[in-house]
Design a protein. Structure first.
Length: 706
């Protein structure tokens, strides 16, 4: 851990290094920074305690308390997590935390005295003991939660215990005045937040060793504290990672709402908003005009929001769909809204305010949308600073990332550079923008008061570790675990679903998961290049590249919990799609059509139909392409037409993106014709069936030698 802390050490910077005028630098005293003294001095493993396994509910707390030398267990290799905490144990724990935090020494115990006496004297000399502390001879008795709160509230200074939780204490009126300030401090800091769903403190109750280990972990590692902000957008709280990437799918109840790109003609892109109910029936709710694209879907107060943008300009709008009334409304019409968030009933956004021929000429503004108007808070922000700018509201501030250029030298002294993100915050009350921390962020997402992130090291390499920091105490960093070495490449993104973290390694085409213990496993093999994914309440959607530039037909849907039951995304929406390979088979008892004769309109690119059959309301055409030209080609589009007794009964056209075929290559494609592209219901055996495929392609010029 010392090496990690050194690599990620907070760097104090002066305001002249910041590219945005009047944006403050890091403060001299950063909340949480003094907690870095709680370094690991032990390494708990599966054999450390016989009664605590990785499946034990308090495992993470016990591991933290043990690794930092605060709780050590018993000589018989037990931890006894269900035993009540005694006064002697509580005093010992408080003394160890206070001494380490304040860089104090605890005297060696005197010979023949009780094991806890040196800790007792330490706390007594510093006024840490509550008035209810019993005589030394009775310190083996169980301590109640009131007195635990009194002790622990004195271990860490207020600056390193900032308020992150606004839960109302359920039994506040019954808490004695002597203990009230201590209880309120620990509640507000997310260290002790009650014993039931009403957040009652239950101060006269005792606490188990497992529970106290969890409290210790929260004290020394702010990222483990339990935050709550009643002003956040609860509809998206579990899916903030979607918003940090390409957000194209959300769920309300049992209905999924999805943004999808199709083609009206080979050269005409058409974006739409679709709804898919629990029975799999899809409905197209909204169609964008030619030249417009849709992105950044989210939910707020049970309504669906998404951005509509015009290609080649700065013109755009923020739209809203109300499922209850089935109506659309325009929230804002003016600039393209690149990203946005709802916080405390207000709408904050990053607007694209100036289009230019090159990105270096683009400008952006951060501000609020009020009554249909955009009110800028910070203007003229260059493109180089905002590629990952996504606003997020927490505890009276709007957090976002802005990029800076990091220059470094390799072992040979050659300079290189990389853009790294830094975390900033806009204080709503004061109107000030300041840098929160100077970590070299590669990719991240927010979960309550915690930012989880992957980083760059000081040499610009991709760090494998998953880190967590509380935005209210960013000076202390928590190592969650380490992803496999195959994630040490570009194009990484982070997500969370339930209690698991996920890293999509686009370059290597893998999705890895990490549990709360830091253990990782390969969760998915993507089978293609996917830059992003989305979670909804019950689905995981893999997204290739971006909806603006890539083929939408390869989006895939999985069960979010089991990561099984893959389906083509377009087919899930009832839209015609294509993909490489042949994954469907005819239904049992139904026939199929095939031909060894070419059905292609291009003689040197023969296409045969290996199988064609109906499946539900879809018609499936599986084909084999053979490139008999003398040069390499790039497939651009296709039109598939199906005739029955000479009448057109189904057709589909689509664009093919980035598919190369060398001379004499063979490729297989499956075309799923669905929805309105199936003009009438029919079966293969209903008459004389024929199929025609119209391919278009570019010829790759042969390389010539000078």
């Amino acid at each position: 851990m010392k090496k990690i802390r050194r690599v990620l050490a907070l760097v104090l910077v002066v305001s002249s290094l910041l590219a945005v005028a009047s944006v403050g630098a890091l403060a001299d005293a950063i909340p949480g920074q003094r907690l870095a003294v709680f370094d690991d001095i032990g390494q708990m493993n599966s054999s450390t305690f016989t009664d605590v396994s990785s499946k034990t509910w308090c495992y993470s707390g016990v591991k933290t308390a043990y690794n930092k030398g605060i709780m050590l267990g018993y000589t018989d290799k037990t931890f006894r997590p269900n035993n009540n905490v005694s006064w002697a144990e509580a005093i010992t724990i408080a003394a160890r935390i206070h001494a380490a935090y304040n860089d104090n020494l605890i005297a060696e115990p005197s010979q023949n005295e009780a094991w806890f006496m040196t800790y007792y004297r330490y706390c007594s000399e510093r006024g840490m003991l509550p008035s209810a502390t019993p005589a030394v001879s009775k310190l083996s008795q169980s301590i109640n939660r009131y007195n635990l709160a009194y002790l622990f509230a004195k271990t860490i200074d207020d600056q390193d215990m900032p308020k992150i939780c606004d839960y109302a204490i359920g039994d506040l009126s019954s808490i004695p005045g002597y203990y009230k300030a201590s209880v309120e401090k620990l509640y507000a800091a997310g260290v002790m937040i009650g014993m039931d769903s009403s957040y009652r403190f239950c101060g006269t109750s005792t606490t188990s060793r497992g529970q106290i280990a969890t409290v210790i972990a929260r004290l020394v590692e702010p990222a483990l504290r339990q935050g709550h902000d009643s002003k956040v957008n609860t509809d998206m709280a579990a899916y903030e990672a979607n918003l940090e990437n390409d957000s194209i799918a959300v769920q309300i109840g049992k209905t999924n709402y999805c943004l999808y790109k199709g083609y009206d003609t080979v050269d005409t892109v058409s974006y739409g908003l679709y709804a898919v109910n629990s029975s799999g029936v899809s409905t197209k709710l909204y169609s964008a005009a030619v030249g417009q694209y849709l992105d950044n879907i989210s939910v707020y107060n049970g309504k669906v929001y998404f951005c509509r943008s015009m290609t080649g300009s700065e013109k755009g709008a923020l739209m809203c769909y109300d499922p209850a009334s089935g109506t659309f409304s325009t929230v804002y019409d003016g600039y393209i809204i690149e990203s946005y968030c709802f916080y405390d009933g207000q709408l904050y956004a990053l607007a694209f305010t100036k289009y230019a021929d090159k990105p270096s000429g683009y400008t952006y503004a951060f501000g609020r949308i009020v009554n249909g108007a955009f009110n800028a808070i910070r203007s003229n922000i260059p493109y180089a600073q905002v590629p990952n700018f996504v606003p997020y509201g927490w505890n009276g501030k709007i957090y976002f990332k802005m990029a800076e250029l990091m220059v470094f030298k390799n072992e040979q002294g050659v300079e290189s550079s990389v853009n790294v993100d830094k975390l900033y915050a806009y204080d709503i009350a004061s109107g000030n923008i300041s840098k929160v921390c100077d970590y070299k962020i590669n990719t991240s997402f927010f979960d309550g008061h915690v930012m989880y992130f992957l980083a760059y090291d000081t040499e610009g390499n991709y760090d494998l570790n998953l880190y967590a920091v509380s935005v209210e105490a960013p000076g202390a960093i928590t190592l969650v675990g380490e992803f496999p070495k195959t994630t040490n490449v570009r194009n990484r993104s982070l997500y969370k679903f339930g209690d698991k973290f996920y890293c999509l390694s686009s370059f290597n085409r893998y999705v890895y998961s990490m549990d709360k213990t830091g253990s990782t496993r390969l969760a998915l093999i993507c089978g293609g290049v996917y830059d992003n994914l989305n979670f909804t309440a019950d689905k995981l959607v893999l997204i290739p590249n971006t909806l603006t530039t890539s083929n939408p037909n390869e989006l895939k849907v999985y069960n979010a919990k089991s990561l099984a039951a893959r389906a083509l995304y377009g087919d899930w929406l009832g839209q015609s799609v294509y993909y490489t390979g042949a994954r469907f088979v005819p239904e049992e008892g139904k026939g199929f059509y095939s031909t060894t004769e070419s059905v292609s309109t291009v003689s040197n690119l023969p296409i045969t139909v290996t199988k064609a059959f109906s499946r539900g309301s879809d018609f499936i055409v599986q084909t084999k392409y053979t490139n008999q030209l003398d040069s390499e080609i790039i497939l651009r589009s296709y039109i598939v037409k199906v005739y029955l007794n000479g009448q057109l009964v189904a057709s589909d056209l689509n664009r093919m993106v980035g598919i190369n075929m060398r001379a004499n290559d063979i490729e297989t494609f499956t075309f799923v014709i669905a929805g309105s592209d199936v003009l009438t219901n029919f079966e293969v055996g209903d008459g004389d069936l024929s199929i025609e495929v119209v391919p278009t392609f570019d010829i790759v010029p042969p390389e010539t030698k000078a």
